[in-house]
Design a protein around this ligand. Structure first.
Ligand SMILES: [Cu+2]
Length: 157
């Protein structure tokens, strides 16, 4: 009975950690563009596949470009009131992003995007793929050891 309670609490702790891991793996950047700023202007993601949801809350056209990457994220600049979504792949690292419409970057439409590697995401939290895998392995191990214990051949825990 004592053993079973221990297993249940360990599993409960792992499941709650798994949810923490999923929360930290979020790879969607939701931003507003106004004159002349992105809000937020500092964003962190834990995936190399990054989805940008941009809503133009300003009067002028806006877009997003990333330093060192050709072209704008959205094929067309977003007009006032428009919103759009696009997904790009970025290697882990820290990037400067800005509005490519002439003059907007200089007026403040610039920000910082940090893409964490899977390894860094694990260090900061838990990897969303590894956690369920670890839970599955643990479950198989627990089931197996319980089975063996009933057979009287398991080593003492
Ligand atoms: Cu702009």
């Amino acid at each position: 009975m004592f053993m079973r309670l221990g297993v249940v609490s360990v599993l409960a702790a792992l499941v709650s950690l798994a949810f923490v891991g999923l929360a930290q793996a979020q790879s969607t950047v939701t931003m507003d563009a106004i004159e002349f700023a992105f809000n937020p202007s500092t964003v962190n993601v834990a995936s190399t596949s990054v989805t940008f949801n941009l809503s133009n809350e300003g009067q002028f056209p806006h877009n997003i470009a990333i330093e060192g990457r050709d072209g704008s994220i959205f094929a067309e600049d977003l007009n006032a009131g428009q919103s759009a979504s696009a997904t790009i792949t970025l290697a882990p690292g820290t990037y400067t992003f800005y509005c490519p419409v002439p003059g907007h970057r200089e007026r403040g439409m610039v920000g910082t995007l940090t893409v964490a590697s899977a390894q860094a995401a694990r260090a900061g939290g838990l990897d969303p793929v590894m956690v369920p895998a670890a839970l599955a392995v643990l479950g198989i191990f627990l089931l197996g050891s319980g089975y063996l214990r009933r057979r009287g051949v398991a080593p003492r825990a």
